[in-house]
Structure formats: C-alpha cells, structure tokens
Ligand binder design. Structure first.
Ligand code: BTN
Length: 332
C-alpha cells in the first residue's frame, strides 16, 4: 500500500482482511501499538467507509472479508499485450481521486491508477463519486492521443463499450450503456465514466479516463446516493466479484479500446454500443445547460451523438443528462 493511510491503519486492514474477529489485545501486540491506538485506527478506517464491527469480548472484524487491490494481481488479469503497454500501474490505499492523481503525474506514457478509497472522487457535472474503502472499483487510465482534443468527442462511447466488455469477461450479464457514459442494469446505475481531456487545439491530447463500478455497496454508503443504483454482486450469475480480476479485465479492455480508437476512431465501437444501448426506443428527457429536450431515443450516430426523435423532428444531441421515463419507478 502507498502513502495516504497511516501505515499502522494499513497494517490493521491487512490483519482484519479475512473477516474474522481479532481481539484488541492481539491486534495491539501484532501492530506494536496500544489498544487505544488500535481503536483510533479503527475509527479512521470507519471514516473512510470501511465497515468494522466492534463486539465486546470478541474484538474487531470487518463486516465482510476484503480482497485488497494488488498491482501484480491486476496485471496478471490483463491480456499480456495490454499489460505491457502500461508504463505504470499504481495502487493507492487512499487518494483524493485516481483521475486527479494521474493528471498531476509528469510524463505522457500510458499509466493506470487504482485506489481502495477516494476522498474526493469526482462524478459527472461536479457531483461527488461516493468511494468507500475496499468496496468498489475506482480506476483511471491516462492516454496520449496525437489527435486534437475535439477529435476525442466519441471517446466516452468507446470507453463505455470497453468497460462493459471487461465486466462481461467476468461473467456480468445484461450490462447496459446509457448515453453518454453510464453503465446500467435494470434501469439502475452500476457505474460511470468520466473523461478529462487536455491539450493544444492542434494536438496532442491527453485523456484521463476515470471509471467507477459498484461492486458491493456497504450499507452506510448507500444512504449517500441520490439515484437508483445497483451493484455487480446483485447481478444474475453472480459475476466474479474479485476486484483485482475485475480491474484487470476492465483495464485490459480499455487499453485495447483506446489503441483502436486512436487508429480507427469511433466506427469499430458503434455496433457494440447499439447492442448494449439501454435507452434506445425509450421516451427520454435530456437536460443541458438551460435547455430541455423530450423525445424518443433512437441510438447514437457515427460521431457518438444521441439521436432523438422529437415533436419538431430529429435532433442530434452532443451533451446533456438523460433521464428515461419509467426507470426511476422501476428501479427505485
Ligand atoms: C459519473 O458521474 O457517472 C462518472 C463517475 C466516475 C467515477 C470515477 S471513480 C475513478 C475516477 N476518479 C474519479 O474521481 N472519478 C472517476
């Protein structure tokens, strides 16, 4: 684990990772600290969203066993060619945001950042991305494109298809895509993608693709969410919920997709989007800055824009927030 969590708190997480009770005395001895210090570290972990049960006479245990992220295990789950493309793959225990961290790093080689927990996880439209410790997938991938930033308009579509493929490789069935970059299942949000692009008008463009996927929602975190959500563990199957394997599959698919997008543009991804398009055929409302459009979603065009059949004819929407009529009632 890297800096961001007190080393003793990190050691405490490891000592409790198997989900079994450990007494305060046993933990204090193993960590070389007092029982009071153990309690303080437990409180710190709880503040990061980790559910720790404290039971008089038994000690402490995690609400459920925890598979900690491990860079080597993530690489091992990636196709070797994709793993070799990454100049760096860094795992943090606690970080402000995996995307912000990558944006601060010098260099321009492909690099990935994952974290157990984000203290300032960012969602679309300035929203906070709730990121409890060890519960979900929070990962970002930095990629340099020789093209200009405007040529990356369809990147969120390519990234959405790639993330869905990565989850499917772990046995997730029925993952849908909601334009522009939500992962959904049964009308509820499973994850989201946030892309930051920087660069000169004539290129190159540096993109950081940030991906958040709900794996197993802790009870405390659910209360903070303001829209219907779902989690991988609740999907039929259920899929393989090892976060290391999920991260490896998703990253592997993303690396392959970004390479292909750089060479061929959006065209190779349009069919993959259409197969998973969760809003096509539905009556939707699209909200932009100061405008609202209502109509029937008809899928995306070859530029990645949403096509909308409205009372005033066909509209091509390049930005906005989509809500689908009937979904919230069904999922909530
Ligand atoms: C959305 O609002 O749907 C997009 C959410 C994107 C969240 C991910 S988690 C990893 C990366 N780091 C961030 O701060 N945000 C993205």
């Amino acid at each position: 684990m890297s800096a961001g969590l007190h080393p003793r708190a990190a050691a405490l997480v490891r000592a409790l990772a198997d989900g079994r009770f450990r007494s305060g005395t046993e933990l204090a001895r193993a960590l070389g600290i007092s029982r009071t210090a153990v309690w303080k570290h437990v409180e710190r972990l709880a503040a990061l969203g980790l559910e720790v049960h404290a039971v008089r006479g038994k000690g402490y245990r995690l609400a459920r066993p925890l598979e900690l992220l491990d860079a080597e295990a993530v690489r091992a789950a990636m196709p070797p060619t994709a793993a070799r493309r990454l100049a760096a793959l860094v795992v943090h225990d606690v970080v402000d945001s995996t995307s912000e961290w990558l944006r601060r790093q010098p260099g321009d080689g492909p690099a990935a950042c994952l974290a157990e927990c984000q203290t300032a996880g960012r969602g679309r439209r300035g929203r906070r991305w709730v990121s409890p410790f060890g519960a979900h997938l929070y990962l970002s991938l930095r990629w340099r494109f020789e093209a200009s930033p405007t040529a990356l308009a369809g990147l969120s579509v390519a990234a959405g298809v790639a993330v869905a493929e990565g989850l499917e490789a772990c046995g997730a069935h029925g993952v849908g895509l909601k334009w522009p970059n939500d992962l959904v299942h049964g009308g509820a949000k499973l994850g989201g993608i946030l892309i930051d692009v920087a660069g000169e008008e004539s290129g190159p463009a540096d993109a950081v693709v940030g991906v958040g996927v709900n794996v197993r929602m802790p009870a405390g975190a659910a209360a903070e969410l303001d829209q219907p959500w779902t989690e991988l563990a609740a999907l039929p199957g259920p899929p393989d919920c090892s976060r290391n394997r999920l991260a490896g599959r998703v990253l592997g698919a993303l690396v392959g997709a970004l390479e292909r997008f750089a060479a061929e543009g959006l065209a190779p991804f349009v069919d993959g989007w259409a197969r998973r398009d969760a809003v096509a055929g539905h009556e939707v409302e699209v909200q932009g800055a100061g405008w609202t459009l209502r109509g029937r979603a008809l899928g995306i065009d070859t530029g990645g824009a949403l096509l909308l059949e409205t009372g005033e004819g066909l509209r091509r929407v390049t930005a906005g927030e989509v809500s689908v009529r009937g979904w919230h009632e069904a999922a909530g």
